[in-house]
Each structure stands twice: as structure tokens, then as C-alpha cells.
Design a binder for this molecule. Structure first.
Ligand SMILES: CC(C)(COP(=O)(O)OP(=O)(O)OC[C@H]1O[C@@H](n2cnc3c(N)ncnc32)[C@H](O)[C@@H]1OP(=O)(O)O)[C@@H](O)C(=O)NCCC(=O)NCCS
Length: 148
């Protein structure tokens, strides 16, 4: 069986409900906000960029980022693959697609924060080349970054 091609697609009035219904495994719910909350927040932040992640024609996840004030770095704000679709390489492909597009837009640094915990995404991001900065936010989230 051929592996479906992963793409990032605009969310439309027709697809928004389906994207809002995508969710990680229950044990991972503390690691990312529900997609409905993220999409609502995006509508109050004109800098937010958000897409649905598709594998072939199947919606499998959600990604959202925003530029930072320095103009050189961007911040991965939300990222998730639905629990039914995890472990198939879709997260790896989606992050690669996001990162690939950034240098052409003038960005030199990708940053993110994660909630530490068992089954959390720290190892996933390390394997993608992100490094810990050693900073911890007031809410306990830890920061990572990747030079582009
Ligand atoms: C993190 C997440 C996006 C990974 O997506 P995924 O589609 O399951 O990941 P992939 O199948 O592409 O895995 C790619 C590689 O990372 C590894 N990996 C996946 N999740 C991992 C984790 N939590 N820790 C360490 N490694 C992980 C896989 O084993 C795979 O390794 P390989 O390259 O050696 O085969 C997904 O687990 C998720 O949505 N988690 C809940 C939400 C979350 O934590 N989001 C991040 C908010 S900061």
C-alpha cells in the first residue's frame, strides 16, 4: 500500500467542523488545546496562520503558528495529529512541510513550547532537530528552538 501524501490545507466553512472533531488520545489532552479553541483564538490574532493536515484526502491533524515580534523567528503555537492517525509518519511530514516553507518567508528560527510529561512530544521534537533552550515559562511549558 502506498503511503498517503501529507499536505497542509486551508480550513473552510465546509471542513471546519471535521477539523474541530480531530483530537489526540485522551491521555494527551493536556498537551494541546482543542482545535475549536485554537481556531477561535486564531480569529482574534491577525498574525496567526493555521492549516488542517491531510493524509491523502483524509483530514488527520491541525497546525497553527505565528511570527514573533523580532521578525526573524516564528512560533509553533498548536500542533496535533488525531489519535487514530498517530504513528504513521504524518506528524513528521507535517512539521517538515511547515519548516520547509519558513526560510523563503525570511524566518531564521523556529520556536515552540511543550508541556513536559510522559507520552509528551519532547522526544518527537528532539528527533526533528529542535533543541531545549533551558527556559521554562511561568505556566511550566519548556521552550525549544531550531535554527533554519
Ligand atoms: C506529537 C505528535 C504530533 C506526533 O505525531 P505522529 O503523527 O504520531 O508522529 P509520527 O508518526 O510522524 O512520528 C515520527 C517519529 O517520531 C516518533 N514519535 C512520535 N511521537 C513521539 C513522542 N511523543 N515522543 C518521542 N517520539 C515520538 C515516532 O516514533 C517516529 O519515530 P521514527 O522517525 O523513528 O519512526 C502526536 O503524538 C500528537 O498529536 N500528540 C498530542 C498533541 C501534542 O502533544 N502536540 C504537541 C503540542 S506542543
Amino acid at each position: 500500500m502506498t503511503t498517503p501524501v501529507v499536505t497542509l490545507r486551508e480550513i473552510t466553512g465546509e471542513t471546519v467542523r471535521t477539523i474541530c472533531e480531530l483530537e489526540p488520545h485522551e491521555a494527551q489532552s493536556g498537551f494541546v488545546a482543542p482545535n475549536a479553541v485554537s481556531i477561535a483564538q486564531a480569529h482574534f490574532n491577525p498574525d496567526a496562520v493555521f492549516w488542517a493536515i491531510y493524509a491523502g484526502d483524509e483530514p488527520v491533524g491541525f497546525i497553527m503558528w505565528r511570527p514573533e515580534d523580532d521578525g526573524a523567528s516564528c512560533f509553533l503555537w498548536r500542533f496535533m495529529i488525531d489519535g487514530r492517525h498517530q504513528g504513521k509518519g504524518y506528524g513528521r511530514e507535517a512539521i517538515a512541510l511547515w519548516l520547509e516553507g519558513l526560510p523563503a518567508q525570511g524566518y531564521t528560527l523556529a520556536r515552540l513550547s511543550y508541556v513536559p510529561g510522559a507520552a509528551g512530544p519532547h522526544g518527537f521534537y528532539l528527533a526533528r532537530g529542535f533543541q531545549d533552550t533551558g527556559e521554562t515559562r511561568a505556566n511550566g511549558e519548556r521552550l525549544m528552538e531550531l535554527a533554519l
